[in-house]
Design a protein around this ligand. Sequence first.
Ligand code: TYD
Length: 211
Amino acid sequence: MTAGGGLWITLEGGDGAGKTTQADLLESSLRDAGRTVLRTREPGGSEVGQLVRDIVLHHRGDIAPRAEALLYAADRAHHVATVVRPALARGEVVIQDRYLDSSVAYQGAGRVLDADEIRNLSLWATEGALPDLTVLLDLDPQVARMRLDAAEKPFDRLEAEKLEFHLRVRSAFLSLAEAEPARFLVLNAAASASEIAADIRARVASVSGDR
Ligand code: TYD
């Protein structure tokens, strides 16, 4: 979707797959190469988005599935319009933790909402904005759980959901990647951080070179 020399990269995967580590490594390699990098995330990549993040991740009690999907879409609409598009127009590289594929995988895994409906809701919200590259860090949810336990981070509402839910999330991500091989790079998140980082750098170089 990019105009003006910008590059938009999103990172996807289950909780504990190592997205933050890889975003850090990619950011420093791009900065070393002289690029201006904007790091951002969903939910919560804008001031309005922080309020939405607080609701979806920390609200105690259930949120109706359609309301939850709309909250993520509202965060996304504002984030793309006020943060992502302006940065791309300035020619920056945007490295973003999670985007619409997370909505399809997570809200779809609740089994109430249809994957196409969720995707179309986000596409409406963002006027059809899609990243140049989406890196999927694929990991067995049981391994991810062990990593999160080791980090001793408090679980948020979604992290506490059952294993089956995370298995459905994983297979949804893999189906999305299969459907759009040109946009996705799927990597085994059990590999070493430096190997994964090298694979990401290689793909980023080829995506940048194509344009
Ligand atoms: P994230 O910020 O990656 O959490 P953490 O910092 O704890 O790793 O994502 C927060 C949670 O939000 C994560 O469990 C996935 C969920 N999520 C959705 O369910 N739908 C969405 O559209 C997005 C962007 C995130």
